[in-house]
Design a binder for this molecule. Structure first.
Ligand SMILES: Cc1ncc(COP(=O)(O)O)c(C=O)c1O
Length: 390
């Protein structure tokens, strides 16, 4: 093992691609504390700040009292608790679908969903920038995998016309909000093409859930679209919903099929009750406190305008994910380090997470950021730009 690992780790260090973990002592929804120092947290997908919302925390605590800390087994063995069922009903209502199914993580939801939908006789066409869990799911499915240029419905149509006929069925996959770029897929155009060409469309709404559309219902609602046969939605409970877990929302038949077929659902311990309860309460809070979503979007506008004023090149400016494109890997790591030295915590995103030459600082805005804290960060960044350090 050492023979293999040591040279690989050294090579990663030389290329500026070494990854290491940093321990966080505490987090309050807008700030984190590391080694006794407080940082503005621009690194979290906890977009609505719900991980620390008193109602969400209380719901998780009460669930532990009622059910214990773990689920004890797979959902099919002994693990289905009424809190799972309640959460699934709330998710289905939230996503306006007949049914929903919860997985232990979003990663596992993608693995289980894609491998259940397609196999060796099928074709998957995925957006070039889809998340690693989608790529891994496609590989595991053994379906033929093709890539369409990012957000390009026209090129997707060409590919479907040219290549889909030879296959039993075709699944097109996109994210609603792209995790590392922060831009929004043209879901209306993609679905039109898929319908014309008789392909299914899977939308990964991980970063759209709780963020896009009225009441944060997600990508489809943003485009004023309704769920339909052949249009499959998944997402996570781990981002705006402030918990852990993944979900698939669709027809009763799709969900029954997944319960019987999705190995990452069948052969793993169910989502802990506290996580299910937290996500369920988060959905309720989103509906009871619409001002949270408004605050998120006003912070997005504030941060976006500030970054523009500072003169930093943004990858996109449509969502709470506002990545600053720097390109060079080493420089990006150095900038992240320098921002940390100034109390700003924002991660350097490097290859292979993003394509070579497109390293970036991924900043994410939350509803719980105070405008003053964001302004203060701009002032620090402006000073760094003026000194030629950023
Ligand atoms: C687009 C996308 N899909 C799926 C996932 C996986 O979700 P989870 O973190 O819940 O496993 C993520 C999160 O990293 C993501 O960004």
């Amino acid at each position: 093992m050492n023979n293999k690992a040591v040279p690989l780790l050294e090579a990663l260090r030389e290329q500026g691609l070494y990854r290491e973990l940093r321990e966080i002592e505490s987090a309050n929804g807008a700030e984190i504390v590391i080694d006794g120092k407080t940082y503005l947290n621009l690194a979290s997908n906890n977009y609505l700040g719900l991980t620390t919302h008193p109602r969400v925390v209380r719901a998780a605590t009460e669930a532990i009292r009622r059910y214990g800390t773990g689920s004890g087994a797979s959902r099919l063995i002994s693990g289905t608790m009424s809190i799972h069922a309640e959460l699934e009903q709330a998710l289905a209502k939230f996503k306006q679908t007949e049914c929903a199914l919860v997985f232990s993580t979003g990663y596992m939801a993608n693995l289980g969903l894609v491998t259940s939908l397609v196999g060796a006789e099928d074709l998957v066409i995925s957006d070039r920038l889809c998340h690693a869990s989608i790529i891994d799911a496609c590989r595991l499915s053994k379906a033929k995998l093709l890539i369409f240029p990012h957000r390009d419905a026209g090129r997707l149509k060409d590919l479907l016309k040219k290549r889909a006929k030879k296959f039993r069925r075709t699944l097109v996959i996109t994210e609603s909000v792209f995790s590392m770029d922060g831009d929004i897929a043209p879901l209306d155009q993609l679905w039109k093409v898929c319908k014309e060409q008789d392909a299914w469309l899977l939308i990964d709404d991980a970063h759209g859930t709780g963020v896009l559309g009225p009441s944060g219902r997600g990508g489809l609602a943003h485009f004023k679209m309704m769920p339909q046969e052949g249009l499959i939605q998944m997402g996570t409970l781990s981002k705006a919903l402030g918990s852990l877990g993944g979900y698939v929302a669709g027809s009763r038949t799709l969900i029954d099929y997944l319960i019987n077929k999705a190995r990452s659902f069948i052969y793993t311990t169910a989502l802990p009750p506290a996580s299910a309860a937290a996500a369920l309460e988060a959905i309720r809070v989103i509906q009871d406190e619409p001002q949270r979503l408004k605050k998120l979007w006003s912070n997005v506008a504030l941060w976006r305008d500030g970054l523009r004023r500072v003169g930093l090149p943004l990858v996109s400016d449509q969502t709470p994910i506002l990545p600053v494109l720097l390109g060079d890997t080493r420089r990006t790591s150095a900038v992240a380090e320098m921002l940390r030295a100034h109390g700003i915590y924002a991660p350097a995103i490097r290859p292979p997470t993003v394509p070579k030459g497109q390293a970036r600082i991924r900043t994410t805005v939350m509803a719980t950021h105070s405008p003053q804290a964001l302004e203060e960060a701009f002032m620090k960044m402006t000073a760094l730009v003026h000194r030629g350090e950023l």
